[in-house]
Write a protein that binds this ligand. Structure first.
Ligand SMILES: C[S@@+](CC[C@H](N)C(=O)[O-])C[C@H]1O[C@@H](n2cnc3c(N)ncnc32)[C@H](O)[C@@H]1O
Length: 209
């Protein structure tokens, strides 16, 4: 098995383990970070042109434009930029563990959105943001940390999970599993999408009563 195939296998193993037991993340964190540091300079070349198609489709379905959005595991920042371009009033944070990814993201940041988009180093398992501070928390090809997602999304806000090549994506969580975890944490409305080669789920947190 070559190195890339091994990396993909490891990513799937880590995803399944961490979704089942989030505390196991500390065992995977170092290797995952190093893996993505190595991939960072080539990341934009190794993805397909339509890698964000399901993510874009879910953004399109949002009933209102978000004012504060977070792209978790942003990599080289394409998800954060997609939000900023689509919603001209949105302030967007892209968070990632790997400095190399963040460097690429900052290098690519176009002037026209630079005042509204920032990239920060942060771990999705314990994010340095206030409770309910985002009306959209988005993930593309990223291991979800459900307690953090539920903490950060404002009442009535949305969480988005996209996987560029659907179930073939190394970091993949089936929609039924996402729904079950989110339902237990106060999310009530769900919509599935398929676009390009990928899939996405959009979930809405219950508004406060
Ligand atoms: C498969 S890449 C996806 C990057 C980007 N979202 C995309 O779709 O092109 C996963 C990214 O998540 C980052 N990552 C993995 N685990 C993370 C965590 N717990 N906290 C923050 N970033 C994480 C990695 O460094 C990597 O950049």
């Amino acid at each position: 098995m070559n190195r890339q195939a091994l990396g993909r296998k490891f990513a799937r193993l880590a995803t399944n383990a961490v979704v089942a037991r989030p505390r196991l993340w500390r065992l995977f964190r170092g290797v995952m970070r190093r893996q993505f540091e190595t991939l960072a300079p080539h990341w934009d070349q190794i993805r397909s042109a339509d890698h964000l198609a399901p993510y874009e489709q879910a953004l399109e379905a949002l009933p209102e434009p978000p004012a504060h959005a977070l792209d978790v595991g942003t990599g080289t920042g394409d998800g954060a930029l997609a939000i900023a371009r689509r919603f001209p009033q949105a302030n967007v944070v892209g968070a990632d563990l790997a400095d190399g990814m963040l460097e690429e993201a900052r290098r690519k940041l176009p002037d026209e959105v630079a005042g509204r988009v920032r990239f920060e180093r942060a771990d999705a398992s314990a994010l340095p943001y206030a409770d309910e501070s985002f009306d959209l928390v988005a993930h593309a090809n990223m291991i979800p940390f459900f307690d953090e997602v539920a903490r950060l999304v404002a009442p009535g806000g949305h969480a988005l999970f996209a996987f560029s090549i659907g179930p073939e994506t190394p970091i993949y969580v089936p929609s039924e599993r996402l729904r079950a975890e989110l339902r237990r944490r106060g999310f009530a409305e769900f919509a599935d999408f398929a676009a390009g080669q990928g899939t996405a789920l959009l979930a809405r947190k219950r508004p406060s009563s």
